[in-house]
Design a protein around this ligand. Structure first.
Ligand code: NI
Length: 174
């Protein structure tokens, strides 16, 4: 297992549309182990493969609280099969846009169909934070970031800030 480097805005790879996984094999299971280790180290409640530069339709999640046992969950080729008309707003952040949080409106409940680590089809219903997390991570698989739901003014401002930070970091490395 290894902690992988998380891509940060404005890395262009975050805008890629990830490819479906054809077979859940040893390579995928190894990737999942790395995703969990990277997600727990960050720490975060969800991590999509594209956030470590792998354009495959897969993400990990764990919404357990600190004092609880871990509840690792893997979603392979996830598809939303139903989303409630009812919306809810909650504050979101993203490991690829560190230390930035905004209120985002999403469906309050939804159903997701996906493959598990045995390659078996599963369907889960989610609501509240879990529903928001799944929608956020599926967005990543489609190259969508939560800042895309903000006003252009806010989005441009945060993108500019991260672009400037990336340039400064490069200069320091050189
Ligand atoms: Ni994210």
């Amino acid at each position: 297992m290894a902690v992988r480097e998380i891509l940060i805005l404005p890395d262009k790879r975050l805008r890629l549309v990830s490819e479906p996984i054809k077979r859940v094999d040893a390579g995928i299971r190894k990737l999942v182990e790395d995703l969990f280790e990277t997600m727990y180290a960050a720490p975060g409640i969800g991590l999509a493969a594209i956030q470590v530069g792998i354009a495959k339709r897969i993400f990990t999640a764990d919404l357990s609280k600190k004092e609880e046992d871990r509840q690792p969950q893997v979603f392979i080729n996830p598809e939303i099969t139903w989303a409630s008309e009812e919306k809810s707003v909650r504050e979101e952040g993203c490991l690829s846009i560190p230390d930035y949080y905004e209120d985002i409106e999403r469906s309050a409940a939804m159903k997701v169909k996906y493959l598990d680590l045995d390659g078996k089809t599963q369907e889960t219903e989610a609501k509240d934070l879990f529903a928001a997390c799944i929608q956020h991570e599926i967005d990543h698989l489609n190259g969508v970031l939560f800042i895309d739901y903000l006003s252009k003014l806010k989005r441009d401002r945060i993108t500019k800030k991260f672009t400037k930070a990336a340039k400064t970091a490069k200069k320091v490395e050189a």
